[in-house]
Design a protein around this ligand. Structure first.
Ligand SMILES: Nc1ncnc2c1ncn2[C@@H]1O[C@H](COP(=O)(O)OP(=O)(O)OP(=O)(O)O)[C@@H](O)[C@H]1O
Ligand SMILES: N[C@@H](CCO)C(=O)O
Length: 319
């Protein structure tokens, strides 16, 4: 269902010549994913993934694709985009932007244990450090400005109690983001969507992570909070599993030690990360795009996560 733009091997026979990949020998549509058309592509040189970007345009894409290239060049296990003979990483195919990236080994781990969370924490910290000298700048397009713009659009669909929670949390996050603790946090290009379905494992070894299309400049701690809010929770209740939180955050800290500001900001940041996905899911649920083809994610999941973080908080960092 996730191939929106059909492509055949015949279509690629000329197009592929601009890449140093030899002939295309097999092409198979990938069923999962809701944003782009993805294909496993086999060429004479190896295994790749061909992505046709359905909702992102040529202006936005260099940030994502060059960030992947930058990280891959520094040993972070992310898909490495392949340049064509003109040095371009994004090339038109059927009138839409397209890219070829290396294929990662492995499969997602949807029932993560502390050992997997530790792998994710260490990789995330390495990714943050490797991004420090990345030259392009794009804000997190799902950051505070977007929350401020989007809350009024979803409020009409909510009952009074839910609307009050959403408005109160937005007010809390605006205050927090205006304070000195927030200003002291380290920042750089972050993944911002490192959920279980965006990471590959071979056994207990993390073999790669992908889907950089929500990446942007934000605090490193926000990225960590997004990750913990997915990897370290019971999916039915939204409750944190302390063993997984400790495994993930300790492994992160061993690579990129936490600062005083990180410690002070941890609880508000977990709430910010819950708000981010509650809001995007509310927006997608109540105001679906005309071209939306798949069932949107359940917004109430992240409402539960937010209520949990407000009520119970999380273990302190490196506790
Ligand atoms: N480089 C890669 N190596 C191996 N598999 C990949 C790679 N990129 C994507 N995939 C596979 O393709 C699927 C869809 O990719 P992706 O999640 O990026 O799609 P998307 O349409 O951007 O989706 P969404 O935002 O819904 O997650 C992934 O679940 C994964 O199985
Ligand atoms: N990870 C997002 C989907 C966008 O990739 C969510 O669960 O709402």
């Amino acid at each position: 269902m996730a191939v929106f733009t059909p492509v055949t091997l015949d279509d690629l026979s000329q197009w592929i010549k601009q890449f140093p990949l030899g002939k295309a020998v097999a092409l198979k549509g990938i069923a999962s994913g809701i944003e782009n058309s993805n294909f496993f592509l086999t060429t004479e040189r190896g295994e790749y993934v061909l992505t046709i970007f359905e909702n992102l345009d040529f202006e936005q894409l260099p940030f994502y694709v060059q960030l992947m290239r930058h990280l891959a060049d520094r040993g972070i296990p992310v898909p490495a985009p392949v340049a064509n003979d003109a040095g371009e990483l994004v090339v038109a195919l059927h009138g839409k932007p397209a890219a070829i990236v290396s294929k990662l080994d492995g499969s997602s781990q949807m029932d993560p244990q502390p050992v997997h969370c530790a792998e994710v924490g260490a990789m995330l910290a390495k990714m943050h450090l490797a991004g420090r000298n990345f030259p392009l700048h794009q804000p997190n397009l799902r950051g505070l400005d977007w929350w401020i713009e989007t809350v009024p659009k979803v409020l009409p669909y909510l009952d009074a109690g839910t609307a009050t929670l959403l408005q109160a949390e937005l007010a809390f996050q605006r205050d927090f983001a205006a304070g000195t603790t927030y200003a002291a946090l380290e920042r750089g290009p972050v993944h911002a969507d490192l959920f279980r379905n965006n990471v590959m494992f071979v056994g207990e070894r993390l073999s790669g992570c992908f889907d950089f299309y929500f990446a942007g400049w934000d605090t490193w701690l926000f990225d960590l909070a997004v990750t913990v809010n997915d990897w370290c929770i019971d999916l039915d209740t939204g409750r944190l599993d302390d063993a997984r939180v400790v495994a993930l955050t300790r492994a992160y800290h061993a690579v990129r030690p936490f600062t005083a500001a990180d410690h002070a900001a941890w609880q508000p940041m977990l709430r910010a990360a819950a708000l981010r996905f509650w809001l995007s899911r509310l927006y997608d649920f109540h105001r679906p795009r005309a071209a939306e083809m798949l069932t949107p994610h359940d917004p109430t999941h992240f409402e539960r996560v937010l209520r949990e973080r407000i009520a119970h908080g999380a273990p302190d960092l490196t506790a």
